[in-house]
Design a protein around this ligand. Structure first.
Ligand code: GDD
Length: 311
């Protein structure tokens, strides 16, 4: 203890929160919020849907930086739970920003948005920059767009010291099921362990393309944005490389020693799916020199190994 940075991570026990905590270990005194009681001294049970709970915590801890990671993140789920996504992501952020405004408006707050804020982009646009017009096409994307607008509002109207990260797809060991790389790796690992009757994996739309970054690189970008980002600005966090989902499934299958067949599962097809979403990482690179270090194939091996061990 005794670092200059006192970091509060909302949603510290989530997939990204755990990696961010690990990364900040030697750089900051780290505290976090979770919805459940964890029995760890630095993690506090806080419901962001209660403004007074988060306000009390900020008053007690007096963080220098807040990383606002808490929220609902699964695009497909957001179609089944529209109100929960809008309510949880938007109201949780309002309460946090209100608490910061009332307690100490100079705390640096970094909020996490998403490439889903850009949503369906013009066909002739290869890579999305921060000034590309937002056009969300999922309830999740709309909730994150609202977060982005709220942060902007609090910066412009009250002078809050905010920055906003727009991560593209982030993946890694420990991500829960419901995201494409885990969904595929989990099924392939099950087949390899002899846990299925047939060597088939269920898939959704393989025709889309996304921009994948390892979660361990993502948290380094969050640190850079929180420390060096210009107040009021948004930053893409991405590689700039588009990868077809078809390629993801082929790479993962190549790690297994089995012949595997693909079966389209209609429940994995979305009401609307963005065909291609690839980001331009220039703005963050110019700010701090941040670049992803890990290769996609290495990350996919780690994810596959995680599921082999977990089974
Ligand atoms: N989840 C899933 N499962 N997706 C599949 C599957 C499957 O079995 N088969 C094909 N896909 C396709 C989806 O239709 C989509 O086009 C693509 O794979 C990626 O799906 P996800 O991994 O669920 O990610 P996402 O792009 O919808 O959203 C993720 O990235 C955003 C940033 O770009 C999430 O991590 C969001 O939280 C994040 O903000």
């Amino acid at each position: 203890m005794g670092n200059e940075m006192k970091a509060l991570i909302t949603g510290i026990t989530g997939f990204v929160g755990k990696y961010l905590e690990l990364f900040l270990k030697d750089k900051a005194d780290v505290y976090g919020t979770s919805r459940s009681n964890r029995g760890e001294k630095h993690i506090f049970k806080v419901d962001l849907l209660s403004e007074s709970e988060i306000m009390e915590l900020i008053e007690t801890i007096k963080p220098t930086h807040i990383f606002h990671l808490a929220g609902l993140s699964n695009v497909k789920d957001s179609w089944e739970h529209k109100a929960d996504f809008i309510h949880g992501n938007v109201i949780g952020t309002v309460h946090l920003l209100e608490a910061v405004r009332k307690v100490d408006d100079q705390i640096k707050v970094m909020t996490v948005g998403s490439s889903e804020e850009y949503g369906r982009i013009p066909d002739n646009l290869d890579k999305v920059s921060e000034d590309t017009r937002t056009n969300p096409v999922s309830p999740y994307g709309i909730s994150k767009c609202a977060v982005s607008m709220l942060v902007n509002l609090y910066h412009k109207s009250y002078g809050l010291n905010t920055t906003h990260a727009r991560p593209f797809n982030h993946i890694g060991p420990g991500q829960r099921l419901g995201f494409v790389t885990t969904d595929f790796a989990y099924q392939i690992a099950q087949i390899n362990k002899g846990r299925t009757q047939e060597p088939i994996i269920r898939i959704g739309n393989l025709k889309s393309a996304r921009d994948f970054t390892d979660v361990r690189d993502i948290v380094e970008a969050y640190y850079d944005i929180a420390c060096f980002g210009k107040a009021g600005e948004a930053y893409n966090v991405c590689t700039g490389q588009g990868v077809n989902i078809q390629d993801i499934v082929e790479i993962l299958i190549s790690f297994s020693n089995k012949k595997i067949n693909l079966v389209v599962d209609p429940s994995r097809i979305r009401v609307s799916d963005i065909p291609r979403l690839v980001g331009n990482p220039e703005k963050l690179f110019t700010l701090t020199g941040w670049q992803p270090k890990r290769k996609l194939e290495d990350t996919l091996i780690d994810i596959y190994d995680y599921w082999l061990k977990d089974l």
